[in-house]
Design a protein around this ligand. Structure first.
Ligand SMILES: [Zn+2]
Length: 228
């Protein structure tokens, strides 16, 4: 979907306005849920297969976003088409994720604490409950690259390219979670950290192996829509 003529810096076209409202809501939820400190993390979304996305602007607080805190950015070259003149410094991460996967319409980048800590210590995040399997699925880890760089963005996007992974942990930094819509991207991110919390707790109890019964994963894999 082209972004269309008549876009001004002050007004986003209607489908983007609706997406902004959804992103404002999940930004507040993410901070309330402790998935990021307000000043960290960034969010984006696009109408299905559109060639531009709304992205949170630089130096915004995720629990205090307003429609003025979003930039409309063209995916092919990152040019700002409307809205805030300065998109997030993690813009490359968002652009590369959309370029890697045509089915991705929302990207959520947060700094969930246990997710990052466990991975930094070399503990894989385990899928223990049915929600973990359904919402999170395979977790992949991107090697450390400096925040805001194209190298980090490419590292993360390559890990989702085959369509079998939607939740990437950025080493020593945060997570990059993708989905076909904003709501599912947020659910995946919440459940990713929930899986990390569960993994941490079972490690404290001395368990190093328990995961959800593999037959559930097989059931999810066998259904194109992932429904269980
Ligand atoms: Zn970050």
């Amino acid at each position: 979907m082209p972004y269309g003529d008549g876009v001004t810096r002050d007004a986003l076209p209607p489908p983007y306005g609706e997406l902004v409202a959804e992103l404002v809501a999940i930004g507040r939820r993410a901070v309330t849920a402790g998935l990021v400190i307000g000043s960290g993390g960034n969010l984006s979304a696009r109408p299905p297969r559109a060639d531009a996305a709304v992205v949170t602007a630089a130096e915004t607080w995720l629990d205090d976003l307003t429609p003025a805190d979003f930039s409309l950015v063209r995916l092919v070259d990152g040019e700002v088409l409307a809205g805030h003149a300065e998109p997030t410094t993690e813009l490359p991460l968002h652009l590369e994720n959309y370029r890697a996967r045509p089915d991705v319409n929302a990207v959520v980048h947060l700094h969930p604490q246990l997710c990052v800590l466990l991975t930094a210590l070399g503990y894989p995040i385990r899928l223990i409950t049915t929600d973990h399997v359904y919402y999170v699925g395979e977790v992949r880890v991107a090697r450390y690259r400096h925040p805001g760089t194209v190298e980090l963005a490419r590292e993360a996007a390559e890990l989702i390219e085959d369509g079998r992974c939607n939740c990437v942990v950025l080493s020593h930094h945060g997570c990059s979670v993708v989905a076909p819509n904003v709501g599912l991207a947020y659910r995946r991110a919440v459940n990713l950290e929930e899986a990390a919390v569960a993994t941490y707790r079972v490690l404290l109890l001395g368990d190093t192996a328990t995961v959800c019964p593999p037959e559930l994963q097989a059931r999810v894999d066998s259904r194109p829509d992932g429904a269980v």
